[in-house]
Design a protein around this ligand. Structure first.
Ligand SMILES: Cc1cc2nc3c(=O)[nH]c(=O)nc-3n(C[C@H](O)[C@H](O)[C@H](O)COP(=O)(O)O)c2cc1C
Length: 361
C-alpha cells in the first residue's frame, strides 16, 4: 500500500471524528498519509454489534483508513475485528495498547495491557487468527506506549510479541501510562524500537511542525510520524509535511486564514448530523488549541484575548459574530505560528498517579 506523506492523524477520542478528519484532509489537500478511527470499545456488548459505535463511520475518500479497537477479552476483540472487517472493509485493524484513562487502563485494556503482556499476546493472536480466516484478510497494526511506568518499560518486549503475532506496523507513543500526556515523549526509546524492529515503526509524541517531523524521521529512523494534538494546533500540518517532501515552498498560514477554519469545521459538523450546540463545543475545542499559535509583536496577550472571545460565546451565532470582529480587526496584525509551542499539554495537568485507577478518576 502506497502511503503519502508518511504521517498518521493520531486517533483522539472526542476529536478525530469524520468531520475533524475531513477538515484536516481539506486543509492538507487530501494528503494525510493514514487515517484511523477513534478507538472503539469491544468489552461492553455481550456480542459485539456494529450499531451504536459512531466511531465506525468513515467515507471512501478517507482511505487508507484503519479502525482501532480496544478491550481486554481476546474473544470479544476477535469477534469485533471480524465483524468490522467483513462489514466495513477498512484498510487495517489496529489494537490499542496505549490509552491511559483510568476507566480503560484501570480495567486492564488500553495501556493496562502493558502490565499483562501475555494477555496482549493472546489478543493479537486471536485477532490475527480471525482476520486470517475471514473473507477479508486485513493487516493488523498495534499502537502502544513504552510501558506502564518508568520502572517497567517493556516496549522491546511488546515489539517482540507484536512481530511474533503477525502485526504489520507498530506505532509507539513515547510516554509511559503513568505520564498520561504530561512532559515530553521519550524518543530515545522509539529509536531503540526502530533499531530492533523488522516491521515499520511509527513514532508518536509531540510532533507539531514540519521541522520536528523531519528531525524525528532523520534522527530516529521511524517510518513515519503520528500526529495528535499537533493537528489541533495546526490542522494544515499534513499538507505542510507533504509540501516539504515534494520540495515545494512552505506556505505560511495567516491568522485570518487560521480563523477561517471555524466556519468550515462548523459546516462539516452540521453536515455530519451534529446539533448546533454539539458543533459549538467542537469549535471551542479547536479554538482552545489553534489560537495558542497566535501572537502579536512576540506577545501572547492578543492571542489570549482572541481565545477568550471565542471560548465564552454562548451560541454559534455569537461565536461567528465575534469571529467576524476579530477577522476584521486584531487578527489582521497577528501572526500564526503553531510551531512555537513545544509542550502541547497546555495548562491542563494530565499526569496520572499510582492509585488513580482505583479511584475512578
Ligand atoms: C483527547 C485525546 C484522545 C485520545 N484518544 C485516543 C484514541 O482513541 N486512541 C489512541 O490510540 N490514542 C488516543 N489518544 C492518544 C493520541 O493518539 C496520541 O498518542 C497522543 O496524543 C500523543 O501524541 P501527540 O503528542 O501528537 O498528541 C488520545 C489523545 C488525546 C489528547
Amino acid at each position: 500500500m502506497e502511503v503519502f506523506p508518511n504521517t498518521i492523524l493520531s486517533p483522539m477520542d472526542g476529536v478525530t471524528d469524520a468531520p475533524f478528519r475531513r477538515l484536516c484532509r481539506v486543509l492538507s489537500g487530501n494528503r494525510m498519509g493514514l487515517l484511523v478511527s477513534e478507538f472503539v470499545p469491544t468489552d461492553g456488548d455481550a456480542v459485539f454489534c456494529l450499531d451504536g459505535h459512531k466511531q465506525l463511520k468513515f467515507f471512501p475518500e478517507e482511505r487508507p483508513f484503519g479502525v482501532q479497537i480496544f478491550g481486554r477479552f481476546p474473544d470479544k476483540m476477535a469477534v469485533a475485528a471480524q465483524k468490522i472487517a467483513e462489514a466495513l472493509r477498512p484498510d487495517f485493524i489496529e489494537v490499542n495498547a496505549g490509552c491511559p484513562a483510568p476507566k480503560v487502563a484501570g480495567k486492564g485494556s488500553g495501556s493496562g495491557l502493558l502490565r499483562d503482556l501475555p494477555r496482549l499476546q493472546e489478543i493479537l493472536h486471536e485477532v490475527r487468527g480471525t482476520l486470517d480466516s475471514c473473507s477479508v484478510n486485513l493487516p493488523l497494526t498495534l499502537k502502544c506506549r513504552i510501558g506502564w511506568d518508568s520502572d517497567s518499560i517493556n516496549v522491546m518486549e511488546t515489539l517482540r510479541i507484536a512481530e511474533g503475532e503477525g502485526v504489520e506496523m507498530l506505532t509507539v507513543h513515547g510516554r509511559t501510562r503513568l505520564q498520561g500526556y504530561n512532559g515530553l515523549a521519550d524518543w530515545d526509546w522509539i529509536g531503540k524500537v526502530v533499531a530492533a524492529a523488522k516491521i515499520p515503526v511509527i513514532g508518536n509524541g509531540d510532533v507539531n511542525s514540519v521541522e520536528v517531523a523531519r528531525e524525528r524521521i532523520e534522527t530516529y529512523g521511524v517510518a513515519g510520524v503520528s500526529i495528535g494534538r499537533g493537528a489541533m494546533h495546526n490542522p494544515w500540518i499534513f499538507g505542510q509535511i507533504a509540501d516539504a517532501w515534494e520540495g515545494k515552498p512552505a506556505h505560511e498560514i495567516t491568522a485570518v486564514e487560521a480563523l477561517d477554519v471555524f466556519p468550515l469545521y462548523y459546516k462539516f459538523k452540521l453536515e455530519d448530523g451534529s446539533t448546533e450546540l454539539g458543533a459549538l463545543g467542537r469549535l471551542k475545542q479547536l479554538a482552545a488549541r489553534l489560537c495558542k499559535g497566535f501572537c502579536l509583536d512576540g506577545s501572547d496577550d492578543a492571542a489570549m484575548q482572541v481565545r477568550q472571545a471565542l471560548l465564552t460565546a454562548q451560541t454559534a451565532g455569537e461565536f461567528f459574530d465575534r469571529l467576524q470582529t476579530l477577522r476584521e480587526g486584531v487578527a489582521r496584525d497577528m501572526h500564526y505560528d503553531p510551531g512555537r509551542l513545544v509542550n502541547l499539554n497546555g495548562a491542563k495537568e494530565t499526569e496520572l498517579r499510582f492509585g488513580d485507577q482505583f479511584l475512578g478518576r
